[in-house]
Write a protein that binds this ligand. Structure first.
Ligand SMILES: NC(=O)C1=CN([C@@H]2O[C@H](COP(=O)(O)OP(=O)(O)OC[C@H]3O[C@@H](n4cnc5c(N)ncnc54)[C@H](OP(=O)(O)O)[C@@H]3O)[C@@H](O)[C@H]2O)C=CC1
Ligand SMILES: CC(=O)N[C@@H](CCC(=O)OP(=O)(O)O)C(=O)O
Length: 359
């Protein structure tokens, strides 16, 4: 694909964000505001949202004067009047809403970037099992492409329906794929992924389990989390995924442990990571164990690994901001790729000052 900077041949892309009152949606609006190829046409919430009619910047005060658009309520009549005028729509909505509506936008000629899990799993029978609903759009599920930006650039560029990866899967897969794609691991050996997320991973709605005052540090949804099949599917290897909730606002860490083939050296592992990420500006091979503090409010993924050549084991750790590389900034990477732009376009200046959920 020809890489380009934005020039006069790129017309302004008319976009809408559905779910703009939520955490991931608001981060995305913040990024889209800074993108010189984007015109935000609509910010949308649910049909009965208490935020309907409020200004986006009344809800998210840091955007005063930067984005003062009103929040509109989604409905079938909203779709009939507005969708056709858009180039792209971002769904930062519950999974089932995306699953129900994405194909209608594609049919109306609108490119869809879905931040939910509505189109990530290829096996439709996994939806009732892991998401609790029957998928109503199997054809769309089959045509959707998974959008791990550093690995699936060609697929992303060629589709109109992009399933932006989950937050835990993003960090996990960035660690796993250099090993599994190169078949450096013992196939069918046990692969364990331990993930830790801050509470913004659970979204903005109040719940006792994710109330900041209630959270200490504990594992949850062990052996049944919906990200387990997603990670396994995209790593092409069966994994055990152990998610943990921790008492901080944002940031996510995934640490994976894999058994290497006996003949695989530490040097080969180093080469696999260099080959995968040496030319990827948003992946930083940091040379020390990553820390959440170094990636929060940023679109970077920090990664580090260590090999024990005697035990034939590799441990890889990857830290991201769950709301950015784990959601909004990766969606923008996918959008940039679909326009033929460098995936990091307009993002390397993202700072704490421009981010939403603050400590
Ligand atoms: N939080 C995270 O770290 C990550 C989240 N995601 C995914 O992104 C999506 C959004 O997550 P998050 O921002 O955390 O969630 P929030 O609960 O913070 O926000 C959800 C948003 O969806 C809107 N919404 C809810 N129902 C509907 C509906 N029927 N029609 C239109 N809009 C609706 C809400 O609007 P209102 O309530 O005002 O009606 C709100 O704007 C989810 O699918 C989540 O799994 C992905 C990766 C990471
Ligand atoms: C801390 C927390 O609750 N995290 C969420 C995952 C984050 C998320 O929104 O999931 P998706 O990436 O699939 O959209 C969870 O475990 O369900």
């Amino acid at each position: 694909m020809a890489k380009a900077r934005l020039d006069s041949n790129n017309s302004m892309q008319k976009v809408a964000v559905i779910g703009a009152s939520g955490y991931a949606g608001a981060e995305l609006v913040g990024l889209l505001c800074q993108h010189d190829g984007v015109s935000i046409e609509h910010l949308v919430v649910s049909e009965n949202s208490s935020s309907e009619g409020k200004l986006f910047s009344d809800l998210h005060g840091r955007f005063k004067t930067l984005c003062d658009l009103p929040l509109e309520a989604f409905s079938a009549s909203w779709f009939d009047c507005c969708a056709v005028h858009l180039d792209a729509v971002f769904f930062a909505t519950p999974h089932e809403f995306s699953a129900d509506w994405a194909q209608a936008f594609v049919d109306a000629g609108v490119k869809v970037f879905d931040l939910s899990g509505g189109f990530r799993l290829k096996e439709s029978t996994d939806y009732p099992k892991y998401y609790g609903f029957e998928h109503a759009n199997i054809d769309a599920l089959n045509s959707a492409q998974y959008g791990l930006a550093e690995w699936q650039e060609t697929d992303i560029a060629q589709t109109n329906l992009i399933a932006v990866p989950g937050c835990y899967p993003t960090a996990s897969l960035l660690g796993l794929k250099p090993i599994t794609i190169n078949k450096l691991h013992v196939e069918n050996s046990l692969i364990v992924v331990n993930g830790i997320s801050g509470v913004s991973g659970a979204g903005r709605s109040a719940s006792l389990a994710t109330n900041f005052n209630e959270v200490s540090l504990k594992a949850y949804n062990v052996l049944q989390h919906r990200h387990q099949p997603e990670i396994s599917q995209e790593a092409h290897a069966s994994v055990i995924f152990n998610p943990h909730l921790a008492p901080y606002k944002r940031g996510l860490m995934a640490t994976v442990t894999m058994q290497l083939k006996e003949e695989v050296s530490a040097k080969q592992v180093d080469m696999a990571f260099q080959q995968a990420y040496g030319d990827k500006p948003l992946i930083r091979m940091v040379g020390a164990w990553p820390e959440i503090a170094n990636v929060e409010y940023s679109p970077f993924a920090d990664i580090h690994w260590q090999v024990d050549e005697e035990k034939h084991v590799v441990v890889v750790s990857c830290a991201i901001d769950n709301l950015l590389k784990g959601a909004a900034s990766q969606a923008l990477q996918c959008f940039n790729i679909s326009l033929g732009l460098p995936s990091e376009y307009s993002m390397l200046s993202v700072t704490a000052a421009s981010s939403n959920v603050k400590n």
